[in-house]
Design a protein around this ligand. Structure first.
Ligand SMILES: NC(=O)c1ccc[n+]([C@@H]2O[C@H](COP(=O)([O-])OP(=O)(O)OC[C@H]3O[C@@H](n4cnc5c(N)ncnc54)[C@H](O)[C@@H]3O)[C@@H](O)[C@H]2O)c1
Ligand SMILES: O=C(O)C[C@H](O)C(=O)O
Length: 327
């Protein structure tokens, strides 16, 4: 067994936290040979609930779990941390405008970025799950200038997994038979799940389904799945979101398979015309603990229009947080 890796989960007493922590502690994220030390960050009124979750983690007697700390202080939570899962965020309340939501989240992600900058381990990897995930990641990243930009990511993997399932069900094949799926842009209803580069049997999925289904059923089903889950469950996706977070970090650390890629929101280097610095969904591979954007994919007019629309939304969110003085 190696030395324990410190993993910080914010919003640990929430519903995604509850679905996530047990899987991290059991080794499903960092592998069966890596002990973990968990740090749970919560707001003060939720500390008691976080303690309850920690009691249950103890009661699982996970051999890989070397300790749990609970705190409402970001500096303590990120001290020496190597993996930070930023789940806790301010949900949109009744009558709340977009600017109010961004401002409320700025109040969370700015100090967390500063704390990561000040006290996290040199190999820190950050995944932002809390919505609006891409823009929250941009806020945190801006306030962590000493951390390499490529360590800040936001989650597109739930959308990616949703797209795999919808495409596999349409073709009547297993999800593992679909490769090279991409979710471009923002984790929002404007996202673009791309079947032109996704493959089944060595051919683009788009060639194997009707265009009408792709445009009018597949894309809206994937893009609005979060809202459909909220409508059905009365609460936003939790276990599937936690599962996607595990997939994202596992692939980041362990690498992606040969000849395949996944979707993650990473800091744009200008690839595919996405303005530099925006944290956008891209096709990515991982090796040696870092993501690379897959290059040289052709985007036809249909795909180009969809990518541009979602990226324009991200640019609008960036402009809004700039106006609020958050970046
Ligand atoms: N990116 C994705 O694919 C995706 C998918 C599902 C949900 N989400 C988002 O994830 C977030 C969490 O969802 P949930 O269902 O677990 O919500 P939840 O309300 O059950 O839990 C959120 C937790 O965050 C805590 N929190 C709030 N502010 C905090 C702060 N400053 N520091 C630490 N903790 C804080 C709250 O006390 C709460 O316990 C939401 O923003 C949700 O929209 C994202
Ligand atoms: O919390 C939400 O608004 C939805 C969530 O981002 C999801 O995709 O399930």
């Amino acid at each position: 067994m190696g030395t324990p890796v410190t993993v910080t989960v914010t919003g640990a007493a929430g519903q995604i936290g509850y679905a996530l922590l047990f899987r991290i502690a059991s080794g499903q994220m960092l592998g069966p040979d890596t002990p973990v030390r968990l740090r749970l960050l919560e707001i003060t009124p939720a500390l008691k609930a976080a303690e309850g979750t920690a009691m249950e983690l103890d009661d699982c007697a996970f051999p890989l779990l070397s300790g749990i700390d609970i705190t409402d202080d970001a500096r303590k939570a990120f001290d020496g941390t190597s993996v930070a899962l930023l789940v806790g965020a301010r949900p949109r309340g009744p009558g709340m405008e977009r600017a109010d939501l961004l401002a409320a989240n700025g109040g969370i992600f700015k100090p967390q970025g500063e704390a990561i900058n000040a006290v996290a381990a040199d190999d820190i990897k950050v995944l932002v799950v809390g919505n609006p995930a891409n823009t929250n990641a941009l806020i945190a990243r801006t306030h962590a200038p000493d951390v390499p930009a490529d360590r800040f990511t936001a989650m597109m993997r739930l959308d990616h997994n949703r797209a795999l399932s919808q495409a596999a069900q349409k073709l009547g094949v297993g999800v593992a038979d679909i490769t090279r799926m991409t979710i471009w842009g923002n984790h929002s209803a404007s996202q673009y799940p791309d079947l032109f580069h996704a493959q089944f049997g060595g051919r683009p999925v788009a060639e194997q389904v009707e265009h009408d289904w792709l445009e009018n059923t597949f894309i809206p089903t994937v893009a609005k799945r979060g809202a459909a889950i909220i409508d059905a469950r009365g609460a936003s996706s939790a276990a599937s979101a936690a599962n996607a977070a595990i997939d994202h970090v596992r692939d980041w650390v362990a690498g992606t398979p040969e000849d395949d890629w996944v979707s993650a929101a990473v800091v744009s280097d200008g690839s595919y015309g996405v303005p530099e610095g925006l944290i956008s969904g891209f096709p990515v591979t991982s090796s040696g603990g870092s993501w690379q954007i897959v290059q040289n994919l052709e985007l036809d007019d249909f795909s180009r229009g969809k990518v541009d629309a979602s990226v324009a939304e991200l640019a609008g969110e960036r402009d809004a947080i700039k106006e609020l003085g958050l970046i």
